[in-house]
Design a protein around this ligand. Structure first.
Ligand code: HEC
Ligand code: HEC
Ligand code: HEC
Ligand code: HEC
Ligand code: HEC
Ligand code: HEC
Ligand code: HEC
Length: 310
């Protein structure tokens, strides 16, 4: 009668070594992956740099935070790269200006292709001249503008993920005051969000299949963004613009492209046809609604008058 339980006990005892082996294996895999993450700080740089209060004061009195967040770092695209790969084994020997330009140069030492395009773009051209207002690598690749929290381009929370791109550009291009300094008066972010493409993008989910509409970079480029008045810009002139639309609207042609207002707001000087059509439709709408309202009011009055007479 006691046969079955005995056998079960035997089975368990036989399994024990395997169970123990499995446990050790899981343990070592876990430890291995843990050392892999910690591997990016082989020289214990974070023993000082994980301190949020570590600050450097430059010759001209600017205070720059030298804090490197371990948490942000371990979520980033470079989590398997050791500090010294980017900073040399003697990072304190050199005195970097820690500007947007020196930053781009450092990123560019590995990402040469993107760096080269960036330097020729409107943003990069201004950067070379020392303008800190323009976008450089981390303005588009880090949600917090930090070189140690660059996120892979296709992660949902990346500023470069297609659904988030308009907001990434909008940080600066939605800032009217900043843009006025450069003579850019068109409200490009707002007008994009009002457009068919912008609305459809907003309504869609994060699935790739929902992201086939145009965002800023589909029309302007990514690392090679040019001024809209530069003849090589993909939005300059009807021919270039038509080519740009044709990426997604096959055989669009210049006729299709010419119907596009860009970011312009219709006004008497600017696209008068659209401006007056807008006024016409607004007037029509108001008259139709008012006419309807008058008819209803008259009907109510007549109804009440009849009731009162009765
Ligand atoms: C003992 C603490 C300590 C350790 C360990 C340490 N740092 Fe620093 N680090 C500092 C301090 C303090 C400064 C600011 C120096 C100054 O004011 O110029 C600094 C500055 C820097 C800077 C800015 C340099 C510049 O151009 O001005 C970088 C980059 C840097 N550290 C990287 C590293 C890396 C990489 C490691 C590991 C290999 C490391 N640090 C280890 C304390 C430390
Ligand atoms: C993938 C490359 C990369 C890795 C890995 C990296 N850094 Fe940096 N780090 C940069 C870049 C780029 C800058 C900006 C340099 C500039 O402005 O000239 C920077 C700047 C810094 C600064 C100056 C303060 C700041 O935030 O601009 C410190 C300090 C620093 N890094 C420390 C570290 C430490 C410590 C590690 C490892 C835990 C590390 N870095 C890993 C690329 C890297
Ligand atoms: C104006 C915003 C912007 C700036 C500035 C910018 N990037 Fe990008 N970057 C993007 C976007 C958006 C993508 C995604 C590209 C795509 O979907 O085709 C991207 C993609 C990348 C990729 C992935 C490979 C590729 O080309 O698709 C790397 C690497 C990269 N950028 C590095 C850099 C470096 C380095 C700099 C600075 C020299 C930089 N980026 C400046 C917006 C920017
Ligand atoms: C030491 C060389 C090196 C430096 C310096 C460096 N990167 Fe990278 N970067 C890499 C490598 C290698 C990868 C691929 C990592 C991986 O796939 O695990 C990468 C990945 C990326 C990606 C993700 C690409 C993708 O396909 O999603 C972006 C974006 C990026 N880097 C931007 C930057 C920016 C911005 C800087 C400056 C702050 C920078 N990198 C500095 C080597 C570097
Ligand atoms: C469907 C194509 C398309 C999309 C999407 C698009 N643009 Fe444009 N953009 C244009 C065209 C065409 C022009 C030139 C005509 C004009 O200025 O309106 C332009 C002009 C601009 C200008 C220059 C305006 C000036 O006054 O000089 C900026 C800046 C700009 N766009 C930024 C953006 C940003 C940021 C986004 C995303 C929020 C975006 N664009 C989305 C087509 C597009
Ligand atoms: C950190 C701020 C910042 C971010 C982020 C940024 N830009 Fe810009 N951009 C600027 C500034 C400042 C200028 C003005 C430079 C000039 O006109 O000399 C500019 C210029 C431009 C121009 C040329 C405007 C003209 O005169 O025709 C275009 C187009 C443009 N940006 C598109 C984009 C797009 C698309 C994105 C997002 C992928 C983007 N920018 C992200 C700051 C930014
Ligand atoms: C990245 C791809 C892409 C680019 C580039 C693009 N579009 Fe679109 N556009 C779409 C998608 C997708 C739709 C939605 C089509 C649908 O649902 O029928 C759309 C819809 C439209 C619509 C409204 C619906 C319709 O089919 O009439 C207009 C108007 C339009 N686009 C104009 C343009 C113009 C003008 C350009 C060039 C300046 C352009 N688009 C560039 C992807 C793009």
């Amino acid at each position: 009668m006691s046969q079955p339980p005995k056998q079960a006990g035997l089975e368990l005892r036989r399994l024990l070594p395997f169970l123990a082996f499995g446990l050790v294996l899981t343990g070592s895999v876990l430890t291995l992956s843990a050392t892999k993450v910690a591997g990016l700080d082989e020289n214990n740089c974070l023993s000082c740099h994980d301190n949020p209060e570590l600050i450097k004061t430059t010759a001209d009195g600017k205070r720059i935070s030298l804090h490197v967040s371990e948490e942000a770092l371990s979520k980033g695209a470079h989590r398997y790269i050791d500090c010294t790969t980017c900073h040399t084994s003697e990072p304190h020997k050199t005195d970097t200006p820690l500007t947007k330009l020196s930053l781009a140069q450092k990123c560019g030492s590995c990402h040469q292709y993107q760096y080269k395009l960036h330097l020729e773009s409107i943003h990069g051209q201004q950067l070379i001249q020392g303008n800190p207002d323009v976008a450089t690598c981390i303005d588009c690749h880090s949600p917090v503008g930090n070189p140690h929290s660059v996120i892979r381009v296709l992660e949902y929370n990346a500023p470069t993920y297609k659904k988030n791109i308009a907001q990434t550009c909008g940080q600066c291009h939605g800032n009217e005051k900043l843009m006025a300094n450069y003579g850019v008066v068109e409200k490009v972010y707002e007008s994009y969000m009002r457009s068919f493409h912008g609305k459809a993008m907003q309504l869609g989910t994060y699935e790739v299949t929902q992201l086939d509409k145009a965002t800023c970079t589909n029309c302007h480029g990514v690392h090679d963004i040019k001024s809209a008045s530069d003849p090589t810009s993909p939005v300059a002139g009807l021919n270039n613009l038509a080519n740009t639309c044709e990426q997604c609207h096959p055989n669009a042609g210049t006729n299709f492209a010419s119907g596009f207002l860009g970011h312009k707001e219709a006004s008497p000087e600017n696209i008068p046809v659209a401006h007056y059509t807008e006024i016409l439709f607004t007037t029509l709408l108001i008259s139709v609604v008012s006419f309807g309202a008058i008819v209803v009011i008259m009907a109510i009055i007549r109804f009440s008058a009849n009731k009162w007479r009765e």
